[in-house]
Design a protein around this ligand. Structure first.
Ligand SMILES: [Zn+2]
Length: 516
């Protein structure tokens, strides 16, 4: 028996991502501890598969262009000021040179015998001299080797010639007891306090971490800063600099093989990293960020941990989205030219901004370990949507993909019966799970049965600027449901499952929509 539902225009139940957009205009971090501005109160967060809300979002102000950081600040955003050497000043003016030549920044001169007498040992590889007061252990002693494996990956991504990368060598300090390094003259008093890591010139400093993964992560994070600043001549505005350091810092180290820009499939792969968790927590607390907001982070925002998570998420998203990846990749050639860096990038995205923004909303709302953005990309229908009149409309929905347009236009006030036929496989392991549009009730996702067919009506003209996508508030459909839309809209459908788990699905559903 078909369920019947009335679709009301429930503006009060706008999903919590509305908050993201409400604070979009004019928000800019300007001081330590910013970014946590409390959003206005809204209705309590509801499950995305909660009852009715095929609503169109109310119009909101258009997002403003991201502001660029000043042209003289390509410095490490976790480092508020650099009293010892102002790298930004040294590099200023060299940005238009296609072949950046590293300025003469002196490397720290270290008396190895003297520091050894203070309990600081030296581990050396081709690209790194690492000084540490930690006792010998495989996880510490292999760090220079890991650093060496990262250099060709940085060089390939940033298109730095092999011979130029060959001479790249940093000095790192891995500190269990910072005072030991300070007494040895290896931790200058002129450096600011830093919670985890700090890079300046050819050197970086990293505090000891309890997890092997996160120790490596920080080493690679600071190494990315060093590579960009010293071989590219800069690392761009804070969102890009920290986002790239996080992207390259997030890695897989397995059986002697290092993979940078790794998308963790499970939290156990990246102990203490927590970027996915932070984005989820921030979003749940109504502190979700838009892409323009992230691009407006200033150099002090990164004294808090959350901006690292947002910058990682932004770069992860921009690197993979089909409408952003080309322009995003081109940023690597502009990292020594921070002037207009973000605003020009934003301008390049404007032709597809509505789609990008809508996808970002879904990405933030559903981010999880192993998030498969490729499968989560909304599949729109080519051509004009077709009204469902006397003849039923038909569509096919793939089980291994996220939102898909049926191409069918449903009119306000009319009643339609949606029917879904067929079965699909939800997983292969430990045994094949076959489901129909009702899904399986032994496992739930977002408060509804896994595999349940869900739907939403989307405005035929797409997402209005400042709007919230109705795809964040899907409606249960199952094998059959009657609906009466309050507004005209194109029917979008998908099965209820995390984007991280779609890849092992097989099969499709045959959809029929008839006007009754
Ligand atoms: Zn950093």
């Amino acid at each position: 028996m078909a369920e019947r539902a009335e679709y009301a225009n429930e503006r009060t139940s706008i999903h919590r991502i509305a908050i993201i957009l409400a604070s979009c205009v004019g928000f800019c971090c300007t001081s330590v501890g910013c970014g946590g501005d409390a959003p206005p109160a809204t209705a309590p967060p509801s499950s995305p598969v909660a009852p009715p809300a095929f609503t169109s979002a109310p119009a909101r102000p258009a997002p403003t262009r991201p502001a660029d950081v000043p042209a003289d600040s390509p410095r490490h955003p976790t480092e508020p000021d650099q009293p010892r050497r102002n790298l930004g000043q040294l590099l200023n003016g060299s940005g238009d040179s296609p072949e950046f030549v590293a300025p003469e920044i002196a490397r720290m001169s270290i008396d190895d015998a003297k520091v050894r007498s203070r309990g600081i040992r030296k581990l050396s590889s081709r690209h790194l001299d690492l000084y540490t007061d930690l006792p010998s252990s495989p996880a510490v002693d292999e760090l220079p080797q890991i650093f060496d494996l990262a250099v060709p990956q940085w060089a390939e991504y940033f298109e730095v010639a092999e011979e130029k990368a060959a001479s790249f060598k940093m000095i790192g300090f891995l500190m269990d007891e910072p005072n030991t390094f300070r007494a040895a003259g290896l931790l200058p008093d002129s450096l600011p306090e830093f919670p985890n890591g700090f890079q300046l010139g050819w050197e970086f400093w990293v505090h000891e971490q309890k997890e092997d993964y996160y120790r490596r992560h920080l080493l690679l994070h600071e190494g990315t800063h060093g590579f960009m600043n010293m071989l590219l001549g800069g690392s761009g505005p804070p969102w890009y600099s920290e986002g790239m350091a996080e992207l390259f810092g997030t890695h897989q180290w397995q059986e002697g093989s290092l993979k940078l820009r790794y998308n963790p499939q499970d939290k156990t792969e990246t102990p203490d990293w927590g970027r996915v968790k932070l984005v989820r927590e921030e979003y749940a607390a109504n502190r979700g960020m838009t892409l323009p907001q992230i691009m407006r982070y200033d150099s002090r925002a990164h004294l808090r941990t959350e901006p690292y998570a947002w910058c990682w998420a932004a770069c992860h998203f921009l690197e993979l989205h089909p409408h952003t990846q080309k322009s995003f990749l081109a940023l690597r050639e502009k990292s020594n030219r921070p002037t207009d860096f973000s605003s020009r990038f934003h301008e390049q995205l404007l032709p597809h901004w509505s789609e990008i923004n809508e996808q970002w909303q879904i990405y933030v709302a559903e981010l999880d370990y192993g998030y498969d953005l490729e499968r989560a990309i909304i599949q729109h229908h080519t051509g004009d949507p077709q009204p469902v009149a006397a003849a039923p409309g038909k569509a096919v929905i793939q089980a291994d993909h996220g939102w898909q347009s049926t191409g069918l236009l449903l009119a306000a006030g009319a009643t339609y019966r949606i029917t879904a036929a067929g079965t699909f496989r939800l997983a292969d392991e430990p045994k094949p799970w076959v489901a129909d549009a009702r899904g399986v009730t032994i496992h739930y996702h977002d408060g509804a049965p896994l595999g349940l067919l869900v739907g939403a009506l989307r405005d035929p003209s797409g997402l209005a600027e400042g709007g919230v996508t109705p795809l964040l508030q899907p409606q249960r459909i199952g094998v059959q449901r009657d609906i009466t839309p309050r507004r005209d809209g194109v029917l979008y459908l998908r099965i209820n499952e995390s984007a991280a788990s779609l890849k092992d699905n097989q099969g499709q559903l045959q959809i029929q929509v008839e006007r009754i």
